[in-house]
Design a protein around this ligand. Structure first.
Ligand SMILES: Cc1cc2nc3c(=O)[nH]c(=O)nc-3n(C[C@H](O)[C@H](O)[C@H](O)COP(=O)(O)OP(=O)(O)OC[C@H]3O[C@@H](n4cnc5c(N)ncnc54)[C@H](O)[C@@H]3O)c2cc1C
Length: 424
């Protein structure tokens, strides 16, 4: 490689940031164009009046191999959820923990009458089986829906309805459990092998750290600069941004799937989406849900599907004397935010009838219709490869791997590896 080879990265989500950093560290002259005023794509946070609002309820699994490679966890000052969850139904609350990792959850988990002993044993067996299965095997094994997979293993409908639908429905944004069982195995294994965390300063701190590393590596970052055209057919690559045509030796298109398909014409880029609505709500100090460090699952309805005690886990998410919870409803409901909040208030009041909810003040509502691309069984074999576009144009983005922080970061590295190999 000569030191004057230029690479353009179109899109500054996790995938684009990872690709840009690796390419710059390899000695390429890298410019990253981001359409929005800030980088981060789907992983960003805003801060207001001492509260932190992530762009939808999101968490990092510390066991994500790509996150371990790309991030400095210590600097992120991570705060952990307790393993497992609180299953809520009417005024019944039942802790389903992981007694092997959290001895405090042993007694309530054994006593938990929402889940039968047989299903608890099946869960432990599955944990042992997946501990011995590699991630490569998980992503290449035969596929089925999560619902079919659990039924084949003998899990009861009651367990699936009360625990799996809200818990894995929350992870896959699909309470029908029609998502690929590979996503279930991947998340089940990694949940068991690490912690579920958020940075003290919000999930946006993940992006901020990657963005700092990108700038330290010498990448030129231009925000509010949409890439309008990418052309690699003549052998060299050109990129059109407003008022300028930029020549490059290679272009990595790391935009979201819809933009990536428009820019490259690659048909294999997926088109179906799963969305959600997250409302950030202030609860009175001392409310037992807000004080908890476990995600609460709605065993009865998807409105809301989960309530996560953000300041219970990370006190930095709320100012002194206030508490913040993230209330998530799946899908893209037409209902106004006030309706969703009213349903959530009623639900939480039912779970904790003795505790006053005060104003149940909705501070922020995020509707994210394009949260994850849909991952039905078999989709992962059909996803595009980094080299699918014509000429020296490459793809990066979760949609080349799987819809997760890990998938996005791995895709960025894969695109950087492909550029390096081809230009050398
Ligand atoms: C609400 C929600 C909850 C989630 N929960 C989790 C979770 O708990 N755990 C987990 O692992 N994953 C979760 N995910 C998924 C995860 O956030 C994504 O898989 C990942 O962030 C995708 O990163 P990306 O870089 O591939 O794409 P994106 O983040 O979409 O980045 C694409 C970037 O390209 C930019 N762009 C688009 N077009 C152009 C253009 N023409 N020119 C220049 N720039 C352009 C966009 O502005 C954006 O910044 C969640 C996502 C959401 C939204």
């Amino acid at each position: 490689m000569t030191d004057d080879e230029d690479v353009v990265v179109a899109g500054g989500g996790l995938a684009g940031l990872v690709a840009a950093r690796h390419l710059a560290e390899d000695g390429f002259d890298v410019t990253l164009f981001e359409r929005e005023p800030e980088v981060g794509g789907r992983v960003r946070s805003t801060h207001a009046d001492g509260f932190t609002f992530d762009r939808g309820f999101q968490v990092l699994f510390t066991s994500y191999p790509a996150a371990r490679r790309e991030l400095d966890y210590e600097a992120l000052d991570l705060r952990s959820f307790s393993p497992g969850a609180v299953i809520c139904r009417g005024d019944q609350r039942a802790v389903l923990g992981d007694p092997l990792r959290d001895p405090g959850a042993l007694v309530p988990s054994i006593l938990n009458r929402e889940v039968s002993t047989a299903d608890k044993l099946r869960t432990l067996l599955l944990k042992r089986e997946l501990a011995g299965k590699s991630l490569d095997d998980i992503w290449s094994d035969e596929d089925a829906t999560i619902e079919q997979y659990l039924a084949a293993r003998g899990f009861s409908e009651r367990y699936v309805d009360r625990f799996v639908r809200p818990f894995y429905g929350g992870i896959t944004l699909d309470r029908s459990l029609s998502t690929s069982k590979r996503v279930f195995e991947f998340t089940f294994k990694l949940l068991a092998e690490g912690q579920t965390v958020v940075p003290a300063d919000g999930m946006g701190a993940v992006t901020d750290q990657l963005a700092d590393r990108v700038r330290d590596a010498g990448v030129t970052v231009e925000t509010e600069t949409p890439v309008e055209v990418v052309d690699g057919e003549s052998g060299d690559a050109t990129v059109e941004v407003p008022g300028e045509t930029v020549d490059a030796d290679a272009v990595v298109v790391a935009a979201d799937p819809d933009s990536a398909r428009d820019l490259t014409g690659v048909d294999a880029v997926p088109t179906e989406w799963k969305g959600c609505v997250t409302q950030h709500v202030a609860l009175p100090a001392g409310h037992p849900l807000a004080d908890s460090d476990r995600i609460h699952l709605n065993a009865e309805s998807a409105v809301p599907n989960t309530v996560a005690p953000m300041s219970g886990v990370a006190p930095e998410y709320a100012p002194e004397g206030r508490e913040l919870v993230a209330v998530t409803t799946l899908g893209t409901p037409d209902r106004p935010s006030t309706d969703l909040a009213a349903a959530a208030r009623e639900t939480v009041a039912g779970w904790y009838p003795q505790a006053s909810l005060g104003e149940f003040e909705v501070l922020h509502t995020h509707r994210v219709p394009f949260s994850q691309f849909a991952q039905p069984p078999g989709i992962h074999e059909t996803l595009p490869d980094a080299r699918d576009p014509d000429g020296p144009v490459y793809l990066a983005g979760d949609y080349t791997h799987n819809s997760s922080i890990n998938g996005a970061m791995d895709s960025g590295l894969a695109a950087a590896d492909a550029v390096r190999a081809d230009l050398q």
